[in-house]
Design a protein around this ligand. Structure first.
Ligand code: SF4
Length: 681
């Protein structure tokens, strides 16, 4: 018998996965997403990748958290909101009494701008500490630090659609077709229309097949790669003297340093032919419009900040910045990692990168929020985890993150959390991290929220609520606000995400012109948006750099901490694959995705495998000084014989059991891309 659908509608919103920020149309029947398609979009035309198009089963998964949980006698048991929030408030109060380093919060690049704004405000004003950070520390902290030094602001300088204007595209440290598939597709389309493509990557990724020049550099050699290319440009007299004179500073010292280098010397460190390095450099320098695209292959190193500053040096040396179709483009990983940084979910930055160390900034926020703000230098994410382990952090609030899988050195993270005094996790599912939680609070997913995400090109986009949340789950910002109110805090009586955005706009210069109303009315806004009648900036640094003059920064090669040796003769690189997102909490709930990419794997060159008597599909154990994991082998002739590759997504066999080591001294980002390992069958 025909039963009409109780409710059918289509709701336009934004993809919850990568930083491209594709527009999605969700088809809803009976409060359930039944299909996703895209007909138009701010960034994606009608393109979607496998995650955005198909990976929506998690929204209505029976595994969703529906009530608060409190750990009693070692077991998480259902509790009322009243009981759970009272316990969290009481524990926060107790920890605060121990001083400003005893409370810490990890915010979330998956949550909205509004959630992140409220979270950092809560940690700073109610928790009375600057110990707030999020997983940008693990991906693009070096971009935020490095581009801020070179240009004055750490974000993608171009818009995605400027790819269509480029004569040359230089991709390094980014497997773009897998990690930012729609941008990868646009790069391929542009190359097929005649633009030149240069790719520098230790693995022969898909884009390498389309490249005019492919440089298979050794892992951890981004700085000599970029220095060698700049040396070649100087040797050919192709530097843009006018741009250097008029728009930059620090060139004389930089040039003096460059004069100590040779192309041959740099190429040798990278393990590439110097002639190929020259060819790549001259191709980039001689084209009129060119963009550099990079991601975590550049940032996730002990020298991540140096690598980022070197990309900026290359763009300034050739005058390929501050013009339409010319720029430096860090591709931000998660859907709202740009926004979480913009909102001040960073220990040293209040919203809009206004520094906690600047007394005028602090005074401004004290006035706006009507509180006394903390003076402590906040801890970064890795320092927070260390603090949990050594007992300095007594109260940890984790909103929508899964550090047990995402952070380096999994065993270290687990040991720290085992010793934790009190941990709250606010999430949509039980995760590897909730195993260590004292309280778990159920939150909304993207399809249940109004709010905004800011994508990799600084575009602020509106999410629209499409379905009702299951059980008693609540909005992330609402949960935080309820706890704040329980502790008698002012400034958390928000009624909607729209109201929160109005407050964000009032204290964040680069978001001054942003409002939900404008976005609802179809305004396309990219920060900096300084007034209500501006759509912001399509590309950055047009007339002058955010810091005034662009700064040439000297970066010499510092070898990675991990070097192959007798005990660990191979170098492992970690990374991401097309089908999965971050720690798989969402994508693993789509059966088709699991069928294709359900198991962890190790990529190995067949010649290396032969040496170890390994066949394709064999299980091997990979061991580093920090731990070991087992996974199936997958042959890849495009990986060097001295290297292995593993995706980090998989919890129990996650590559982060192997990673760790010295942090970048400026950005405090850990190294994930150069790990010495051994293997056994
Ligand atoms: Fe677009 Fe990224 Fe979502 Fe894929 S994952 S649909 S590229 S936003």
């Amino acid at each position: 018998q025909f039963k009409p659908f109780a409710y059918a509608k289509t709701v336009q919103t934004v993809c919850p996965y990568c930083g491209v920020g594709c527009t999605l149309n969700l088809k809803i029947i009976d409060n359930k997403i039944t299909d996703i398609y895209s007909t138009e979009g701010n960034v994606n035309d009608n393109l979607l990748c496998v995650k955005g198009r198909f990976a929506y089963d998690f929204v209505s998964s029976p595994d969703r958290l529906t009530t608060p949980l409190i750990r009693k006698n070692g077991v998480l048991e259902e509790a009322s909101w009243e009981e759970a929030l009272n316990l969290v408030a009481e524990k926060l109060k107790e920890a605060k009494a121990e001083g400003p380093q005893a409370v810490a919060g990890l915010s979330s690049a998956r949550c909205t701008n509004e959630d992140n704004y409220v979270f950092q405000k809560f940690i700073r004003t109610v928790g009375e500490t600057n110990n707030v950070d999020h997983c940008a520390r693990l991906c693009h902290a070096s971009t935020v630090a490095g581009l801020a030094k070179s240009f004055g602001s750490g974000a993608m300088t171009n818009s995605i659609d400027e790819v269509d204007l480029m004569d040359v595209m230089f991709v390094t440290g980014s497997n773009t077709t897998e990690t930012h598939p729609v941008i990868g597709a646009k790069i391929k389309q542009r190359q097929q229309k005649g633009a030149a493509l240069i790719v520098a990557e230790p693995r022969k990724i898909e884009l390498a097949k389309y490249a005019d020049v492919y440089l298979q550099i050794k892992p951890g050699t981004n700085v000599p790669l970029l220095n060698g290319m700049m040396r070649a440009i100087l040797d050919a007299g192709l530097e843009d003297k006018n741009f250097i004179n008029e728009r930059t500073e620090g060139y004389a010292a930089f040039k003096e340093f460059m004069d100590t280098l040779t192309v041959e010397g740099c190429a040798e460190i990278c393990g590439v032919d110097p002639e190929d390095m020259r060819k790549a450099a001259l191709l980039y320098a001689t084209k009129d419009k060119g963009g550099i695209f990079y991601s975590m292959g550049v940032t996730q190193h002990k020298t991540g900040t140096d690598g980022v500053m070197s990309t900026a040096n290359l763009a300034m040396l050739t005058g390929k910045i501050g013009r339409e179709g010319c720029g430096v483009n860090p591709l931000r990983g998660q859907n709202n990692v740009q926004g979480a940084c913009d909102m001040g979910a960073l220990p040293g930055d209040l919203p809009g990168y206004q520094k906690t160390a600047n007394p005028e900034v602090v005074e401004k926020f004290e006035k706006a929020w009507d509180v006394k703000l903390p003076q402590n230098a906040g801890k970064t994410l890795t320092e927070i985890i260390n603090g949990v382990g050594d007992g300095t952090v007594k109260f940890l609030y984790v909103m929508g993150e899964n550090p047990v899988v995402s952070d380096p050195d999994t065993n270290h993270v687990k040991h720290a959390l085992e010793k934790a005094n009190f941990v709250v996790v606010q999430d949509i599912f039980l995760t590897e991290t909730t195993e260590y939680a004292d309280v778990v609070l159920p939150a909304f997913v993207y399809a249940e929220k109004d709010g905004t995400f800011t994508n990799t090109e600084r575009r602020i986009q509106l999410l629209r609520k499409a379905v009702e949340a299951p059980g008693e789950a609540k909005n992330d910002w609402e949960i935080i606000s309820l706890i704040a109110q329980k502790l008698g805090a002012k400034g958390f009586d928000f009624n909607s995400a729209e109201e929160i955005m109005d407050e964000i706009a009032s204290v964040t210069p680069s978001y001054t012109g942003v409002s939900h109303e404008r976005l609802r009315n179809g305004d396309r806004i990219q920060w900096p948006c300084l007034s209500k009648d501006s759509e912001g900036a399509k590309f950055l640094h047009a007339e002058k750099f955010t810091r005034g003059l662009g700064a040439f920064m000297i970066a010499d090669y510092i070898p990675p901490e991990d070097q192959a040796d007798e005990k660990y003769p191979l170098i492992l690189m970690t990374g991401r694959i097309l089908q999965h997102y971050h720690t798989r909490t969402m994508t693993m709930r789509t059966p088709g995705i699991e069928e294709i990419a359900g198991d962890p794997f190790v990529e190995i060159n067949p010649e290396t495998a032969k040496e170890y008597d390994i066949n394709e599909g064999d299980f091997i154990t990979v061991t580093s000084p920090r731990g070991n994991v087992s996974a199936k082998t997958r042959f890849n002739k495009g990986i060097m014989e001295t290297n292995l590759f593993m995706p980090f997504h998989y919890g129990n066999s996650g590559a982060n059991h192997l990673t760790g080591g010295e942090l970048d001294p400026i950005a405090k980002i850990p190294p994930f891309k150069v790990v010495k390992v051994n293997i056994s069958k």
